[in-house]
Design a protein around this ligand. Sequence first.
Ligand SMILES: *[C@@H]1O[C@H](CO)[C@@H](O)[C@H](O)[C@H]1NC(C)=O
Ligand SMILES: *[C@@H]1O[C@H](CO)[C@@H](O)[C@H](O)[C@H]1NC(C)=O
Ligand SMILES: *[C@@H]1O[C@H](CO)[C@@H](O)[C@H](O)[C@H]1NC(C)=O
Ligand SMILES: *[C@@H]1O[C@H](CO)[C@@H](O)[C@H](O)[C@H]1NC(C)=O
Ligand SMILES: *[C@@H]1O[C@H](CO)[C@@H](O)[C@H](O)[C@H]1NC(C)=O
Ligand SMILES: *[C@@H]1O[C@H](CO)[C@@H](O)[C@H](O)[C@H]1NC(C)=O
Length: 476
Amino acid sequence: MKMKTNWLCIHIVLMLFASVYAVGFYGLHFKGLEEPAWIGTRILDQKWMQQPIDHFNHRDNRTWLMRYYEEDKYFNGSGPIFIMLGGEWTINPGFLQSGLMHSLAKQHGALMFYTEHRYYGNSKPTQDISSDNMQYLNVDQALADVAYFIDNRKIQMNISNSKVIVFGGSYAGNMAAWIRTKYPHLIQGAVASSAPVYAKADFYAYYEVVTASLKRHDAQCATDVQTAFDQTEKLLASKGGPKKIRELFNLCENPNVKSTNDISYLMNFLSEIFASNVQYNKIVNGKSKISILCDTMTNASIGKPIERLAHLVNKEGDCIDVSYLEFVKKMRNDSWSSNPMKQWYFQTCHEFGYYQTSNSNQSVFGTLFHLDFFVNICTDVYGDYYENHLLENGIRRTNIMYGGIIPDVRNIIFVNGDVDPWHALSILHDINEFSPAILIHGSSHCQDLQSDDNEDVPELRAARERIKNIVSIWLQ
Ligand SMILES: *[C@@H]1O[C@H](CO)[C@@H](O)[C@H](O)[C@H]1NC(C)=O
Ligand SMILES: *[C@@H]1O[C@H](CO)[C@@H](O)[C@H](O)[C@H]1NC(C)=O
Ligand SMILES: *[C@@H]1O[C@H](CO)[C@@H](O)[C@H](O)[C@H]1NC(C)=O
Ligand SMILES: *[C@@H]1O[C@H](CO)[C@@H](O)[C@H](O)[C@H]1NC(C)=O
Ligand SMILES: *[C@@H]1O[C@H](CO)[C@@H](O)[C@H](O)[C@H]1NC(C)=O
Ligand SMILES: *[C@@H]1O[C@H](CO)[C@@H](O)[C@H](O)[C@H]1NC(C)=O
């Protein structure tokens, strides 16, 4: 009986955690755009649609089932179609019940869909995720899936005259912009939120923005972070230092200073504490995550800056494994897993780069994680084929295929928050009168896709209003 009660409690706790779904990436870790939870008793069934494994090879007729959600409660048979595009995560129908797209759907009587990206969540085209089987994982295939999806739904539901508007955040924001660019006859408009449309290998600007966002909150905070990272680097180079580092940061082993990959892994791990808080700088009870972080980093009574940094590392769980080889070993596992890291990192190795290096003197996170480290992961996890030239060619290809920072497009809204490090690879100036850029001061990653909230900065609410007005014009 006691056992049963405990399980019930655990279950409730798990449900509370699960109520905010996180999607998106920073560095080597998975977190992200926070999806609203599905609340209430209405049940929305998952649905499936057959798709070709390879849209670009008529000699390959294999198929798989793509998952999606559909919500028609506002639709009377002749309104528009709104599609939330899934990116590198498992879809959850929360965006069909609240958020920006939902409120527009209510206003316009739209039919809503949420499509899952191939190779993520339960949309599994292949037996496993070996490098060979992941050759069908790329944005070209994923956009073709959505194009087929639209054609199929329109025929099956006899709604061929309905206009289609797509919404996406982060990588799926790229997808929204690019699918409108590529298939304008199928999609009449796109909202691309926090979309890093410019592919780039060495994305050192990421930590420049993290630094600037900390500085803007409190210049002393950025200075103390810099001192903490300097102290950590000095300690790594000193006799007996690695042992002290292990103790300070709750590591499982002394960091292996002979391995540059291990050191990069460690310093990247410490930097990601800041990345995750700045990228999703949510305000809870009037306090932003940045201010909570900086309160610790500037609190001299905790000790030296390096000790304040150590204070931010979670010490409650198991020790932290920062062995590069262990990480690679885990990543080489070809089984499907609930962590989408293997699939997403694969995409970065041959399509996007986006590697958040320490290669800038405008950032305060030390000097020890360079582009080599991130490309080593590509080679060590996916095979020798995935080396630097493949990355450079793949990035060039992505920018050629989709227009990079200078796309020639109409009816795409590019929305960014200037606190969000990803805005550095997005479009911040109007492309033309039909494709405006909205840069929201004081806002972070994909916040515009959510519903209005009391803690929102006024500019964020105004941005949502503007998006709604523009989409309404598209639908006239
Ligand atoms: C797929 O192609 C193979 C030949 O490559 C053929 O034998 C098979 O019938 C095809 N299947 C379908 C469903 O068209
Ligand atoms: C259905 O909704 C659309 C959009 O709100 C509206 O223009 C149309 O008149 C409605 N049609 C019917 C049959 O109610
Ligand atoms: C499809 O919709 C059109 C109006 O949009 C209607 O005239 C036609 O009867 C419908 N066809 C079927 C099979 O429902
Ligand atoms: C600084 O840290 C000390 C020790 O952890 C704590 O008691 C104090 O409340 C902190 N001060 C601030 C302003 O957060
Ligand atoms: C690979 O991952 C699967 C699923 O997470 C797990 O069950 C399996 O034990 C792993 N294999 C190895 C060799 O670690
Ligand atoms: C920072 O980097 C820029 C560009 O690489 C360089 O011109 C400048 O001298 C550097 N500043 C310092 C303080 O190192």
